[in-house]
Design a protein around this ligand. Structure first.
Ligand SMILES: [Zn+2]
Length: 316
């Protein structure tokens, strides 16, 4: 339990208060100062502290929208405890529509960061030192890459009991086993005893309404589970997938899928075709195992070896 006041940057935020704090990061080359807005929503009563982060990757917009809609619909203020919301972490990448910061580095591979390191490591350091000490739990919102969409899913390390418990409370359509990646936000926070779930939905630079809604509903369910709010949307029966692998293109050409994202597939089921542009060749793409299509590449033009579909399954 947190003390009555949350302290950040020599400011105190009391119970029932809502306030934004601006963490100074680094100027743009134009000398425009860039401060990271961190919004605090404190309930009237004490309770857990939940962090919501979007846009750690600057071109992944759904998470930003999930947090924004929760703010405008008054769904972010808990009765008990505190929500700390950072809708857009990577302001630098966002204004360039790119995943990383302007030097190309990925913030989510730069944790725990260094005070005087590269820009990505400075941002990581700021989060780790100013924000993470205040929290108990977190949800970090992400999307797939360009033209590569993820069906709404929570990723966590199921071998960590608390992670599994929180993922089941979030109850998105899929829970996907995912190891803690080195230098990721999730792993750095885990080392400090803080549990962060990663939520994935949709693709970069594109809104995905279903994924946005699932993200809001899951967050409300998690808040309810943590006793921060009294009501929550009904849960799914989430499908827990302990393994996942990509089906890759065996041929170069034009790829047309005949299944939908989120769909269950059988072993050897026809998933689509790869054709040449002249109508001479047509190759079948088949499922190498039974499972669910949790990620799908919508790019029509593929090279041999390109990832076409992410299949989640259970080790039997
Ligand atoms: Zn991401």
């Amino acid at each position: 339990m947190m003390p009555e006041h949350i302290k950040i940057q020599n400011q105190k935020i009391g119970l029932g208060e809502q306030r934004a704090i601006y963490l100074n990061i680094a100027r743009l080359p134009t000398y425009t100062s860039i401060d990271l807005p961190v919004h605090f929503y404190r309930g009237e009563k004490d309770g857990p502290v939940l962090l919501l982060t979007g846009g750690l990757h600057g071109d992944e917009i759904n998470g930003i929208e999930i947090i924004r809609r929760m703010i405008v619909n008054n769904k972010i203020t808990p009765k008990r405890g505190t929500v700390i919301a950072i809708p857009l972490v990577n302001i630098y990448g966002f204004i360039q529509n790119v995943r990383g910061v302007p030097d190309g580095k990925d913030i989510n591979r730069s944790f725990p960061g260094v005070k005087t390191g590269s820009l990505a490591r400075i941002l990581a350091y700021t989060l780790m030192n100013q924000v993470v000490p205040l929290i108990d739990y977190g949800i970090d919102f992400h999307t797939g890459g360009s033209n590569r969409s993820n069906y709404p899913q929570v990723r966590c390390d199921l071998s960590i009991d608390k992670n599994k418990e929180l993922a089941e409370a979030f109850a998105s359509p899929f829970i996907v086993q995912s190891k803690l990646l080195d230098k990721s936000f999730r792993k750095a926070a885990h080392k400090k005893g803080k549990h962060i779930l990663v939520y994935e939905a949709g693709e970069s630079m594109r809104y995905d309404d279903e994924g946005i809604n699932e993200g809001i509903q899951g967050t409300l369910r998690l808040m309810h589970y943590l006793d921060m709010v009294d009501e929550a949307p009904d849960p799914h029966e989430p499908e827990t997938l302990t393994k996942s692998s990509w089906i890759r293109a065996h041929y170069a050409g034009l790829f047309q899928q005949s299944i939908k994202l989120g769909q269950a597939v059988r072993r050897n089921q026809l998933l689509g075709y790869i054709t040449d542009p002249f109508g001479n060749e047509q190759f079948k793409v088949k499922a190498n195992r039974a499972g669910y299509v949790i990620g799908l590449n919508y790019t029509p033009v593929v090279h041999k070896g390109d990832a076409l579909m992410h299949i989640g399954y259970n080790k039997s």
